[in-house]
Design a protein around this ligand. Structure first.
Ligand SMILES: [Zn+2]
Length: 397
């Protein structure tokens, strides 16, 4: 729906531009929908981007280039080699550096007129209000449910637009949540978070590196439109993008009259413990329990291999993971094929199971135990630990 600019006209009264800025923004200034007035709104505006990763990269690059006066970045991570495939804000030279600092340096190079505030911390119930306070728009560029619910609730309570984006493999979604301007909030769509571990993250399931480029740019476009007060915003609409089919689909979103935060009778009126709400402590407990299955360390595994001990050494990962790296003497039986192949095992022989990080193989040990096998061990920490502590020549992915 078309809505007026979220920037109060009084805020643009004193905004002026240097000749350099006039030249820099000239392609905006000559568009009747933007003009000097719209550019002043962009300069007066402030946007907080949660996450300087896949989505945050195009969001921050384009918003700074467009002349947003102030951007804030919340990120507690450092740049990793595995980020560079999609996080174009950071370069190879930045690996190991704080994402916030790397982002600030790049943004200052793109547009020194943009003020960049960095918050090298997680966005939490304790700090969210204070961090978000100076900003007009919050853009969610994270991929965890705790932050999604937190930024949603905060934006509902403080009447700020929340520009939403999510990505997974070849698919992405974007919308704008702003119940104070019409339309629903995130909780109207998803009243309850999914059980922890049910929805794989990009780190677990992968993501096409180009995809956040498209979704993040849609988020940046929406921020610019909200600020300039032009066009039709994504309030009340969700755009779904399928990269493989190259299809955009649009879904109408409706306000839930029973919504606990934006409905007429809200039951949630202040920020809550979002880790608890999303089942994170229960998930941690389950992981601790999984770690308690009989296990060996990578050092013990190496000693057993070096001694030539007799045992069946099974890698439960997928064949495409096996192609990336594997340990000599291990045998591939992907997790899904294990139940059907259980009869090939002798309950008197020792079995050692390995996967990328010890999680899947920990579950596999339980499957063996339930089938009556007792001489089965998990390699704690999996191939990642092997690469870290035994042989760094084994590639990590
Ligand atoms: Zn709602």
């Amino acid at each position: 729906m078309p809505i007026p600019s979220i920037i109060d006209p009084s805020r643009t009264e004193r905004i002026e531009f240097s000749n350099d800025e006039i030249a820099r923004y000239s392609r905006h200034l000559i568009m009747p929908e933007v003009t000097l007035d719209g550019q002043k709104k962009l300069k007066a505006a402030s946007v907080l981007c949660i996450g300087a990763g896949g989505l945050g990269s195009p969001i921050l690059l384009y918003l700074a280039a467009a002349g947003i006066g102030r951007v804030g970045i919340v990120d507690n991570d450092v740049v990793d080699f595995s980020n560079l495939q999609r996080q174009v804000l950071h370069g190879t030279k930045d690996v190991g550096r704080s994402k916030c600092k790397s982002a600030r340096e790049r943004i200052r190079d793109i547009n020194p007129n943009t003020q960049v505030d960095i918050y090298e911390t997680y966005f939490t119930s304790e700090n969210a209000r204070k961090i978000a306070e100076p900003y007009d728009i919050i853009i969610d560029g994270t991929d965890n449910f705790q932050t999604r619910y937190l930024s949603n609730d905060l934006c509902v309570f403080t009447k700020k637009a929340n520009v939403y984006g999510s990505i997974f493999r070849f698919d992405g979604q974007a919308t704008v949540f702003a119940p104070h301007l019409g339309g629903p909030c995130y909780r109207c769509m998803f009243p309850e978070p999914p059980p922890p571990g049910m929805v794989p993250t990009c780190a677990e399931g992968g993501v096409l590196g180009v995809l956040p480029g498209i979704i993040g740019v849609i988020q940046a476009v929406e921020a610019v439109k909200l600020i300039c007060g032009i066009g039709e915003t994504l309030i009340g609409r969700l755009i779904n993008f399928d990269a493989l089919g190259m299809k955009f689909r649009e879904f109408k979103l409706r306000k839930d009259p029973k919504c606990p935060v934006c409905g007429p009778n809200p039951t949630v009126t202040d920020l809550i413990d979002y880790d608890q709400f999303c089942g994170i402590p229960q998930q941690k407990k389950r992981e601790e329990e999984d770690a308690l299955v009989p296990h060996v360390s990578v050092e013990e595994l190496k000693a057993r291999l070096d001694r030539g001990d007799r045992f069946r050494f099974i890698d439960v990962r997928e064949p495409f993971e096996w192609d990336i790296c594997r340990l000599e003497k291990s045998e591939l039986i992907p997790m899904a094929k294990l139940p059907a192949r259980m009869s090939e095992f002798d309950s008197a022989e020792d079995v050692i199971l390995i996967c990328k990080n010890g999680a899947r193989s920990g579950h596999a040990v339980k499957m063996f135990n339930e089938a009556g096998f007792t001489r089965v061990w998990n390699v704690a920490g999996g191939l990642l630990d092997w690469s870290d502590r035994i042989d760094s020549k084994l590639p990590k992915y």
